[in-house]
Write a protein that binds this ligand. Structure first.
Ligand SMILES: [Zn+2]
Length: 212
């Protein structure tokens, strides 16, 4: 199979210095690298996505270590510090997409009885069916997240929405805003481009999605 699209990790050197390489067992030069994932086409990195963790590389034996205080002292803060400190791991992007697709299948099936109901509504709704189903989608996301702590798709894939700030629980208003933005198609691709994988709906609601 010809692979056209993919991802590629590229390391950018943040700084260099010397350390005692555990493998060489002597003082060597290191390169501290910030690794970023790129969306690539024909192996050419085109669009920067999220940071995937730093590495400290011995320039002699090429061994890559996880940078820490024993190598670098207290002068180092990881590029992914804000995700490393989370109490539960972020939900994989594939799982979130899967949950979204499951929910959309459910909502599209729900359109059939709605189409029947529309016949009994004023003429305006006949030509503008989205005026009927869009609010239903928003209400679905809102009610499921608020009362059941997750949509059907999220439940099936064992992921959940939590507040990005542990101090501030998610209010009903934030869930409602989140549902509204989430119902707008395609807008949430933005989640691929930031470390916490926040979709546009996560930014407006101050939420992140994590594994259960
Ligand atoms: Zn070495």
């Amino acid at each position: 199979m010809l692979v056209i699209f993919g991802t590629k990790v590229i390391g950018k050197t943040l700084r260099s210095g010397t350390f005692v390489c555990p493998r060489c067992n002597m003082e060597r030069t290191y390169l501290l690298k910030q690794n970023k994932k790129y969306f690539s086409v024909f192996f050419i990195p085109l669009i920067p996505l999220n940071n995937v963790g730093d590495t400290l590389e011995c320039t002699f034996c090429k061994t890559a270590y996880v940078p820490n205080a024993s190598f670098l002292g207290n002068t180092y803060t990881s590029s992914t510090a804000d995700i490393d400190s989370l109490s539960k791991p972020l939900a994989a992007v594939g799982k979130r997409l899967g949950a979204y697709i499951i929910d959309m299948i459910f909502l599209i099936i729900l359109n059939f009885p709605l189409a029947f109901v529309v016949k009994y509504l004023p003429d305006l709704f006949h030509n503008k069916f989205y005026l009927v189903f869009f609010p239903v989608w928003v209400i679905y996301f809102f009610i499921m997240e608020l009362f059941f702590k997750g949509t059907i798709g999220k439940k099936l894939l064992a992921i959940q929405t939590v507040s990005d700030d542990d101090e501030k629980p998610i209010t009903a208003v934030r869930y409602l805003l989140r549902g509204f933005v989430k119902a707008i198609p395609l807008i949430n691709v933005v989640l691929l481009f930031n470390d916490k994988h926040k979709g546009f709906h996560d930014f407006v609601a101050g939420t992140i999605v994590v594994e259960k």
